[in-house]
Design a binder for this molecule. Sequence first.
Ligand SMILES: C[S@@+](CC[C@H](N)C(=O)[O-])C[C@H]1O[C@@H](n2cnc3c(N)ncnc32)[C@H](O)[C@@H]1O
Length: 197
Amino acid sequence: MKLGMEYIAFAKEAIKNFFNTGNLIPSSQFLSTKMCEQVRRYSPVATPLIIEVGAGTGKITQQLLRYFNEAKFFVFEPNSSFYEILQKRVSQYRINGKVELINDCVERFAEENNLKSDVIVSSLPLLSFKKPVREKVLTALEKLMHDSTILVQYGYTPLTGKFLSKRFEIINKSFVPFNIPPAIIYVCKKRNSETQR
Ligand SMILES: C[S@@+](CC[C@H](N)C(=O)[O-])C[C@H]1O[C@@H](n2cnc3c(N)ncnc32)[C@H](O)[C@@H]1O
């Protein structure tokens, strides 16, 4: 899909349901690259099991596939229009690992599975969620983590960090100016897990 078409498709869905989408346009190349760099730097293993939540049209997914071509992925996107674009994008990659795309919210999967991932990459719009939804989603992410799992989450204001720090230990913060809007990336671990290597 051409970039302009992707932006129009994204904006259309965002206007329909801004609370679940959190932005009018997909993430920039700068943000997706920096997210991957943070995963590479802090992942507890070289070939991690990666859960991506809120994949949207796949801007971060495609970069993750380039960086971690051997990894195993579970990728969640509940919006069916985004999911269709995501499927097409992922199908264009030659992947040595395994990618499972799931057209659903992450909470249901976390309730029904005991899987623990090494890395969670999240674009979830935590600030737009109503409090009970946010708490449910954060509980789901926590359940999918073992003691060394890293959660890499971006947000547009320091309030995202405030929500995360209630549940997780923030081990790194970085600022990405070249994104609309500029973003902050948080790398988190479960509380009381092993201290930063
Ligand atoms: C800000 S968009 C990010 C899209 C893409 N990752 C990017 O950075 O361009 C957030 C995405 O989270 C998805 N989302 C919302 N609630 C979710 C949930 N409970 N589980 C998984 N994804 C969810 C939305 O459908 C939306 O596509």
